[in-house]
Design a protein around this ligand. Structure first.
Ligand SMILES: [Zn+2]
Length: 375
């Protein structure tokens, strides 16, 4: 394991390739954005959207997938107030056992801000079965829910005949291989993203879930997408300071509620990510145990690149909080997917990267590497 010499990106991140002088791809990408003229990009965006006039009889110009959190709130406001479009917001709602109080408040906030929000709620029984299977098999419960989340937007776009879709990705973190250099703002190959496994439902069918039950999880066929003329545009390319802090500052000024729990419990020093449910905390912990980095590293890397913190100070914060997860979240998750806490740890221990961590005889997980230095 090696670290980027500029930030704290380890080379254990999927698809990461350091340059010869030891810089990670995100730092290189970030450097490229330093001299961007965002006014020019804004004009370009206006030209692009002019090609997608509102369909006759429709009230909406575009679609945005939302959770009510910092990123989606910023996108919705920006699209409405800067681009002067009327977006249809699409929200995939979690089952009652999963959705957090904050999530409910934040989606209500969007409605109070005057937006139309369309909700879809996948059948809770299938949701739970898939989540359980994904956790026990891949130690990643979100494998199925992410597919439902990402596929709900293009499916709604097709059903409502609204081809223009906006999403907001962190440009520095985007895998360059998925970017068309001619149109770096397009994100039409969303399905091929690593986490979505190319939209393949085989593992779900293998878990005994029927095709009818999987309707909420499948992506539309390529032919349907093409026939509907969908175009997915990444607003992260068009908006200056599009990052965790920038989006959180913007969206809290528009009324979103953020986490109050301590970073020792959540592994989230800003308390601004994935506010609509709490089990993301244990997923970040597991990611940390697989790859040696979690949410805190991502935050700190953005802060280092933007010159808001020194690498040394960031190392201290990552050492302290990355991978943190309170027992309370683990217990509620185990209760939901109906496994014991002992079973939970058995699955986690199996997925721990043994070259980065050691499991002691009394089942403690100790890290072998030093943040910022590696192994
Ligand atoms: Zn870097």
């Amino acid at each position: 394991m090696k670290y980027c010499l500029t930030c704290l990106q380890p080379n254990t991140r999927v698809n990461e390739q350091f340059s010869e002088d030891g810089k990670c791809s995100s730092c290189i990408n970030f450097e490229l954005t330093r001299n961007v003229n965002y006014l020019e990009r804004f004009d370009l965006l206006k030209e692009i959207i002019a090609k997608y006039p509102r369909k006759k009889g429709s009230h909406f110009d575009c679609i945005i997938g939302v959770s009510g959190g910092k990123d989606s709130t910023r996108q919705a406001i920006w699209v409405r107030d800067k681009l002067k479009l009327n977006p249809l917001l699409v929200c995939l709602s979690y089952p009652p056992e999963q959705v957090s109080e904050l999530g409910v408040k934040n989606i209500s906030n969007l409605i109070h801000l005057g937006f139309d929000v369309l909700f879809s709620g996948p059948a809770p029984g299938t949701w739970k079965k898939l989540m359980r299977h994904a956790f026990l098999t891949f130690s990643n419960w979100a494998k199925s829910t992410e597919m439902a989340l990402y596929s709900s937007v293009p499916k709604t776009a097709i059903a409502y005949k609204i081809p223009l879709i906006f999403i907001g990705e962190n440009q520095s973190l985007r895998d360059r291989k998925t970017i068309d250099p001619e149109k770096p703002w397009e994100y039409n190959n969303l399905i091929s993203m690593n986490t979505l496994g190319g939209g393949d439902l085989t593992w779900m069918r293998d878990a005994g879930i029927s095709d009818v039950e999987l309707i909420s999880y499948g992506f539309p066929d390529k032919s349907e997408v093409n026939a509907a003329g969908l175009n997915v545009i990444d607003l992260g390319w068009f908006i200056d300071n599009w990052d965790n802090l920038g989006n959180a500052m913007f969206s809290t000024s528009y009324g979103i509620h953020i986490r109050e729990d301590k970073a020792e419990n959540t592994g989230d020093p800003l308390g601004v990510s994935a506010l609509d449910e709490d089990w993301v905390t244990l997923n970040q912990m597991i990611k940390f145990l697989k790859f040696g980095f979690g949410k805190v590293t991502d935050y700190m890397n953005e802060d280092i690149r933007a010159g808001r913190i020194s690498r040394e100070k960031a190392i201290e914060i990552v050492e302290k909080y990355d991978g943190a997860c309170s027992d309370q979240y683990i217990e509620s998750f185990c209760q939901y997917i109906e496994i014991s806490v002992t079973q939970f740890w058995e699955v986690v221990h199996k997925s721990v990267n043994k070259s980065l961590f050691e499991i002691t005889p009394d089942k403690k997980i100790l890290k072998k590497f030093k943040v910022g230095f590696g192994l």
